[in-house]
Ligand binder design. Structure first.
Ligand code: ATP
Ligand code: MG
Length: 268
């Protein structure tokens, strides 16, 4: 089996219950899911249908009441909490719906935090964090405290923090929820680039336009997967209708390329 065909994630009949007695309900109600290495999955569905609960399970931040979860062919239930934390810090980047920035740390310290678990020296950690912040146009905010940022800036810091340790599995809960369309596309281009490099991405979104970046769309309803649609082959990412910033910048080179193509045709 090639690496691309390998299952990174396998869920069998996953159930998560919340509440007690009459208020008990299944936030996840028997989820079966296989995710192959290198897929870019967009998860959609109405508020309360279980999207965040599912991401929390996948990140091993919570445990299911029923069912099995295999991550890289390892049964998660059998892993100790230390093993889970180790895998999480090495392999998984999580963008939380509510950012989860640490209020008493500066922006750059927040982004550098995941590298602490990798025993990277402080200066190197700050350099890597600074680099990550630069790609999200946040260099000028490095020494701000989280409360001094706008919602969109906090979100971009949370994304930079999730990506700083170069995880192979990225779990993002509405990573563009607070952003305008231009900033959304900057984030989506970044995720798309990570996807092209072979990483696996699972992203929750309410924005149907953003599903065009994905290779597969899953719709959830009442704690179940209601629809699972493969859009295109992995790592061939279709551009959305709204032209992203990077593409706009390289219009001249696109023109050149299409002129080249015309020449090829004429010569044929
Ligand atoms: N800690 C909790 N305790 C009790 N109920 C919870 C808890 N977390 C989630 N739920 C319930 O589980 C269901 C699924 O919640 P979840 O946060 O997964 O929804 P969601 O699809 O992410 O919604 P949204 O789009 O609004 O973020 C909801 O009915 C919610 O009230
Ligand atoms: Mg949610």
């Amino acid at each position: 089996m090639t690496r691309a065909n390998k299952n990174v994630i396998q869920l069998k009949g996953l159930v998560k219950r919340y509440g007690l007695g009459a208020s008990e309900h299944n936030a996840l109600d028997g989820v079966d899911l296989e995710v192959r290495n290198g897929e870019f999955i967009a998860i959609m569905g109405p508020s309360g249908c279980g999207k965040t609960t599912l991401l929390n399970m996948l990140a091993m931040l919570d445990v299911a009441d029923e069912g099995d979860y295999y991550l890289d062919d390892q049964e998660v239930e059998r892993l100790s909490s230390a093993q889970r934390a180790h895998i999480r810090s090495r392999q998984i980047g999580i963008v939380f719906q509510n950012f989860n920035l640490i209020e008493r740390l500066t922006v750059i310290e927040n982004v550098a935090l995941p590298l602490t678990y990798h025993h990277v020296a402080r200066l190197k950690r700050l350099e890597a964090a600074s680099e990550a912040l630069k790609s999200f146009q946040l260099s000028e905010r490095e020494y701000y405290m989280p409360w001094q940022l706008s919602g969109g800036q906090m979100q971009r810091v949370a994304i930079a923090r999730a990506l700083v340790n170069k995880p192979s599995l990225i779990l993002a809960d509405e990573p563009t929820g607070n952003l305008d369309s231009r900033s959304s596309h900057v984030i989506m281009e970044e995720l798309s680039e990570l996807h092209k490099r072979g990483n696996t991405i699972i992203m929750v979104t309410h924005n149907p336009n953003l599903t065009s970046y994905a290779s597969r769309v899953i719709e959830m309803l009442d704690g179940k997967i209601a629809l699972d649609k493969k859009l295109q082959s992995d790592r061939v990412v279709k551009k959305p209708k709204t032209e992203p910033r990077k593409a706009r910048r390289s219009k001249a080179s696109t023109k050149k390329r299409s002129r080249g193509k015309k020449k090829e045709k004429d010569n044929a």
